[in-house]
Design a protein around this ligand. Sequence first.
Ligand SMILES: NC(=O)C1=CN([C@@H]2O[C@H](COP(=O)(O)OP(=O)(O)OC[C@H]3O[C@@H](n4cnc5c(N)ncnc54)[C@H](O)[C@@H]3O)[C@@H](O)[C@H]2O)C=CC1
Ligand SMILES: O=C(O)[C@@H]1CCC=N1
Length: 361
Amino acid sequence: MLYRQPSSPNQLLLHTSCAEDLYSIYHLQRHLCWYESILWPEDMKQSHGRIHVFFSEDDDIVPTSFINDYLEKSNIDTTVLSDFKHVLSNLKIGLLGAGRMSQALARSLIERNVVSSKDQIMASDVDENQRNIVASQLGIVTTADNREVVKESDLLILAVKPKDVESVLKTIREPLLPHYHLLVSIAAGIRTTTIEQLLKPNSRVIRVMPNVACLVNASCSVYSSGKFATTDDRSVVNTIFSSIGSCEGEIDENLLNAVTALSGSGPAYFSVLVEALADGGVKSGLSRSMALTLAIKTMLGTAQLLLGKEQPFHPSQLKDAVASPGGTTIYGLEMMEKAGIRAALMETVTAATNRAAQLES
Ligand SMILES: NC(=O)C1=CN([C@@H]2O[C@H](COP(=O)(O)OP(=O)(O)OC[C@H]3O[C@@H](n4cnc5c(N)ncnc54)[C@H](O)[C@@H]3O)[C@@H](O)[C@H]2O)C=CC1
Ligand SMILES: O=C(O)[C@@H]1CCC=N1
């Protein structure tokens, strides 16, 4: 009644009244009406019995320490259960395309216990070799049939190359149920409206841009929601993409191409910079391996200083702190300016943004 596509007038009536009415669907599908279930400290104090709030220490949905502090200040008894997790324990995740990004995502979700079992993830890929890698290295079930993944999952992650998006969406259009499934696309330059048009009306879509550093749980992701995505959908996306690094929140979709060009493609730019700096070291007599190690670790240390948990440096502050009067650094910096490196990097991001816009059309 809720999920079957109506094929007779009676079924259509039932479907419309039960599966499309906002309030019925919430209750029949056993979703919680959050807005009716908020218990404020004042309400708790008025209760006749004793109230004690228990939190899981590691909660992907509720900010445990923030709410715990808030309740403590309101004199409500609380206990944080150490080592307890509140994870996406029932959500079934389907990966459409089992390439580099999907594998990294699946690995993180399993290793970081965001899912409670490997059985919660399934992947499809046209390439048998990729399927074998995923099955043997990650122990998750794979199939060549994208439709099978849709039928077995609640949330789908579309991780094929942009050129393959349309054909995959056409294949899964039928089994993908707008009220049931959430489709998360990480494909560069494919708008949520394009995806929505290829799916059934009202399909819930969120577009995310992570980066390859998800292989080491250090991706930074940004997302944009389609027209029909819900607050719960955004919360799940936040949880999933925080597990592979950080999720920097939602952004106007018009800016997602710039994100793609900066942080999506960024690891490639930094790799070129590291390689070029190492070349400079080799030219000045260092061994290749020493030069590469120094360049990489210098990039890492610089990133840590710029991010600085307690006192982040502004880039110009850090540059000034390193360049002493008449010293080595200022001579190096002069050469960078002569070579036009700032303009070159700005144009790099602009060119990649424009390319993402071309993919959109
Ligand atoms: N590689 C990167 O650094 C980033 C990639 N992205 C996006 O992520 C997506 C995936 O990228 P990668 O994982 O790097 O690509 P990939 O080439 O490693 O993986 C794509 C997989 O999709 C499979 N595939 C192709 N057609 C298919 C079909 N019809 N049905 C099922 N599977 C099919 C391919 O066999 C391949 O294994 C792309 O859209 C890209 O724009 C986003 C951020 C960073
Ligand atoms: O170059 C690409 O198409 C993808 C998008 C972000 C990183 N790689």
